[in-house]
Write a protein that binds this ligand. Structure first.
Ligand code: C5P
Length: 402
């Protein structure tokens, strides 16, 4: 299926090494049926030639703001009006800073100011540059103004570093571009998502927690917002950026998480992706606990059960369509099916955390969804972003039928 059939895309190419992937991206966009005009910054031209992108797009490449001949052919305002989507890939740290400031001193930045079309950015830069507070602030600001951020992904970088900052692959960018035009399947629905670990205090300096990174829950929040939902994300302590158009509530313990979720009710859909601590210390010591010379080498910590957030919300009279996760290391589908029943869920998402490439803290996931008829549906291993979009589409379809 050509998901971009008839769509007009301006592809902005900034000056980063990932510009080599832009050639492939033009191919992928055209494969999906899009018409593509490429606009290159001065930096972009240092990494890939206009001739390459002209040949691949089948259109002249646009380079200068102040070139009378180019303006006479298709000027920046005309190009801005022509576009159904402006996709900038790679979007460098400098380009993002200039866009955040509203600078319009070259063709691409002027075009972005002039267009009414959605603008999507595929950040690509060294991981330290991405983590820098200035870049993070620019990303937040741009997102709050409605720019869509596609990525960046984590992994090894051209400079030898490893971390967040890689541009998404061309295929994924083309799919994300197509998603921008898709019917928004959760429009008008309120979606509550829990994410991350909880921390259960032992004393003022120590706590019990787990390895959850929150990545799956955050990816789901992003995908649900992209699908048009009004999303509340209740998150335990994690180091992740809040996706655009998502209301985030930070919590620490399981009991805080339950209180925040109850305050966010009623909702239409609940997705419990948090790894909630099943137990907490019965008493939290007021002062830092000292080693006790009379108790030998051991220390006994009395634990008590935490409330089950998902089961509590799924048993309310105004219960939402409830989706749980079963992260297991053995008997995956059996345990998942039992949880579906015990917690009164509509769907349970089983994932095998014994496999290190899809377990806690990894970038990828592979899932099997089980419904009340115990019918399994599996999605093969891929990025948590892609799995999240597949799962949200699946949930939207089931909610519509419920
Ligand atoms: O029982 P188990 O912890 O394996 O169940 C996992 C599912 O239940 C997940 O969706 C998790 O977010 C949710 N859960 C919860 N509150 C708890 C424990 C688990 O919401 N106290």
């Amino acid at each position: 299926m050509q998901r971009l059939f008839g769509k007009r895309i301006v592809l902005g190419v900034g000056g980063g090494i990932a510009a080599y992937k832009s050639a492939e991206l033009v191919r992928r966009l055209r494969d999906q049926g899009a018409e593509v005009h490429v606009v290159m910054t001065r930096g972009g031209r240092e990494f890939i030639t206009p001739l390459t992108l002209q040949a691949l797009s089948g259109n002249p490449v646009h380079l200068d703001l102040l070139d009378p001949a180019a303006e006479a052919a298709m000027g920046h305002i005309e190009l801005a009006k022509w576009a159904d989507l402006v996709l900038i890939a790679p979007a460098t740290a400098d380009l993002m800073a200039r866009l955040a400031q509203g600078v319009a001193d070259d063709l691409l930045t002027a075009l972005v100011l002039a267009t009414d079309a959605p603008v999507a950015l595929a950040p690509a830069m060294n991981q330290a540059m991405w983590r820098d507070p200035a870049t993070q602030a620019n990303a937040e600001l741009l997102a709050s103004r409605g720019f869509r951020l596609f990525g960046p992904a984590a992994g090894s970088q051209a400079c030898g570093d490893v971390g967040l900052g890689r541009m998404l692959e061309a295929e994924e960018l083309a799919q994300r571009a197509a998603d921008c035009f898709e019917f928004r399947s959760l429009t008008g629905l309120r979606v509550l998502i829990t994410a991350g670990p909880t921390q259960e205090n032992i004393d003022p300096v120590r706590y019990i927690t787990n390895h959850s990174s929150g990545k799956m829950g955050f990816a789901l929040a992003e995908a649900a917002a992209e699908a048009g939902a009004q999303v509340t994300l209740v998150s335990g302590p994690v180091h992740l950026r809040t996706p655009e158009r998502v209301q985030r509530i930070n919590v620490t313990s399981a009991r805080d998480m339950l209180a925040a979720c109850e305050a966010a009710m009623p909702c239409d859909v609940l997705i419990a992706a948090a790894a909630v601590a099943d137990y907490r210390p019965e008493v939290v010591a007021e002062h830092k606990m000292k080693k006790d010379p009379t108790s030998g080498d051991g220390l006994l910590l009395q634990l008590v059960r935490n409330p089950d957030i998902l089961a509590t919300l799924a048993s309310r009279v105004d219960r939402p369509f409830s989706v749980g996760f079963a992260a297991e290391t053995q008997n995956l589908l059996d345990y998942a099916a039992r949880k579906l029943k015990d917690k009164n869920l509509d769907l349970i998402v089983a994932n095998d955390v014994a496999n290190p490439s899809i377990g806690f803290n990894s970038e990828e996931n592979a899932i099997t969804i089980i419904d009340r008829e115990l019918q399994p549906t599996s999605f093969a291993q891929s990025s948590k972003g892609k799995i999240a979009r597949q799962l949200i589409a699946f949930i939207a379809d089931r909610v519509k039928r419920a």
